[in-house]
Design a protein around this ligand. Structure first.
Ligand SMILES: CC(C)(COP(=O)(O)OP(=O)(O)OC[C@H]1O[C@@H](n2cnc3c(N)ncnc32)[C@H](O)[C@@H]1OP(=O)(O)O)[C@@H](O)C(=O)NCCC(=O)NCCS
Length: 194
């Protein structure tokens, strides 16, 4: 069954976020982002406003071409324009769910490849705050985990028994010629990676 990544439209919002909420159902991130639960009508209105107005936001969906079903989504933030609020260079990031019924079919890899292709063409690094399941995919696709900075989700907030470190994953573009993200940051994020 062929899978394809297409631009997600306003009319897709409910379907792509059905996938999002199902895939993150048992992960602390939902409890952190929506501590009082999710009111889908308000959420859909908020996302509609975001997709209509956020100039850095590029939502995409993964569709099973045999059934027409949306099985995965990513919302890339691509900071490629010079000046204003979207100053270059800044890395892009994405949220990344594939519906549990359709995992391990290659949708995650396709959604990631969409972003990697943009990153290679623009010469931008990719930055992601990962989950434990996401880590395997990102490592398989050449990401490295940052060790010089940390984000900790505190147990008191997540309700989990222990604090959780969120893996911060980056992928430098080919244009960086092997420079690590940490080294690039130390040098003040030079446009030419020199
Ligand atoms: C992480 C996630 C997006 C992967 O999506 P997917 O469509 O199943 O991924 P793919 O089928 O493209 O897998 C690509 C590669 O990633 C790795 N991988 C993916 N899921 C994995 C798992 N559960 N365990 C180990 N490796 C895994 C494998 O190397 C896999 O290649 P292979 O199938 O040839 O072995 C999906 O599991 C998911 O949505 N999880 C819940 C939400 C989440 O945590 N998202 C990440 C947010 S940052």
């Amino acid at each position: 069954m062929p899978l394809v990544v297409l631009s997600a439209q306003i009319r897709d919002i409910e379907a792509v976020y059905d996938v999002y909420f199902k895939a993150f159902e048992h992960q602390p991130v939902l409890r952190i982002l929506f501590p009082g639960g999710v009111y889908r009508k308000a959420h859909t209105e908020g996302i509609t406003h975001l997709w209509n107005n956020d100039v850095n936001s590029y939502p995409v969906k993964c569709v099973d071409m045999d059934t027409g079903e949306i099985i995965g989504m990513a919302c890339w933030d691509i900071f490629w324009k010079l000046g204003g609020e979207s100053t270059w260079p800044k890395p892009g990031g994405a949220v990344w769910p594939v519906h549990p019924d359709h995992q391990r079919r290659g949708a995650g890899r396709l959604l990631m490849q969409w972003g990697i292709d943009v990153a290679e063409k623009t010469g931008l690094p990719i930055y992601l705050e990962s989950t434990v399941p996401g880590n395997s995919l990102y490592e398989a696709m050449g990401f490295e985990q940052l060790t010089h900075v940390q984000i900790i989700h505190k147990a008191a907030i997540t309700g989990d028994p222990e604090d959780t470190e969120i893996p911060l994953m980056v992928k430098m573009p080919g244009k960086a010629k092997g420079m690590t993200f940490e080294r690039w940051a130390e040098k003040g994020y030079p446009n030419a990676y020199e």
